[in-house]
Ligand binder design. Structure first.
Ligand code: SF4
Length: 228
């Protein structure tokens, strides 16, 4: 059974829609049994900061920069006081380094001012922090706190749309549709699995439909044929 929540259009999903979602979830769970974020982190503060830095770059790039970042500024208190030029040098390779430096220092200062430097464990509190939207907050909740949350990024949006799990384009509405379809205990892993499937198979420009485990469950047309 789903969580009993309504979809973004106010309706409850039908039994058929929930069954379809269950089949998708089961296939993805089989393919990626132990999924977790590819970002390296030791605590919720590190995951929060790493997630902000991960915008517009790969997780591998972030993981190369963050050991030095967290060695020099291990807590929000340290980062809140950091010299921006020093931080820029450390995260330079992740791109947009000036903007990201401003964002993470402002985030650390805000975290200190509002929550004594301790990352809060609710969506409502997390999204009050500077630069933290629902997506980042949901990643932290699901990964660092093992709480039911669905982070909707570009992969989740595309793959869930192609699979017919939502017709919405607004991330908050997509989140609502997925929450209505999928049991609560599957939420946290679902976004990670959809993200990984989007990277591995259901590519934005050229989805590999010919080798897709979900092909029979996917209404998206046209399907990409096997290359010659
Ligand atoms: S069949 Fe194609 S579009 Fe559908 S989920 Fe698979 S790769 Fe994506």
């Amino acid at each position: 059974m789903g969580a009993g929540e309504a979809s973004a259009d106010g309706q409850r999903p039908t039994a058929g829609e929930r069954g379809h979602a269950r089949a998708v979830v089961n296939r993805l769970a089989k393919r990626y049994p132990q999924i977790r974020t590819a970002l390296d982190y030791r605590d919720p503060y590190q995951l929060l900061v790493s997630t902000v830095i991960s915008a517009q770059t790969t997780d591998e790039n972030v993981n190369r920069a963050t050991p030095e970042l967290f060695r020099r500024w291990p807590t929000a208190t340290d980062l809140a006081d950091a010299n921006p030029e020093d931080v820029e040098q450390v995260i330079f390779s992740t791109g947009f380094y000036r903007q990201k430096t401003r964002s993470i220092i402002a985030l650390a200062q805000d975290l200190l001012a509002k929550f004594d430097g301790v990352v809060p464990e609710t969506l409502d509190d997390l999204v009050t922090l500077k630069g933290v939207g629902r997506k980042t907050a949901s990643v932290v909740l699901a990964e660092a706190f093992d709480q039911p949350a669905i982070a909707v990024d570009t992969h989740v949006k595309r793959v869930s749309g192609r699979l017919g799990m939502t017709t919405e384009t607004d991330p908050a509405k997509i989140e609502q549709d997925l929450k209505a379809l999928v049991p609560r205990d599957q939420w946290a892993k679902l976004s990670m699995r959809l993200i990984q499937y989007g990277r591995d198979v259901c590519d934005a420009r050229k989805p590999a439909c010919w080798r897709c485990d979900l092909r029979r469950l996917c209404p998206h047309q046209p399907k990409t044929p096997k290359p010659d």
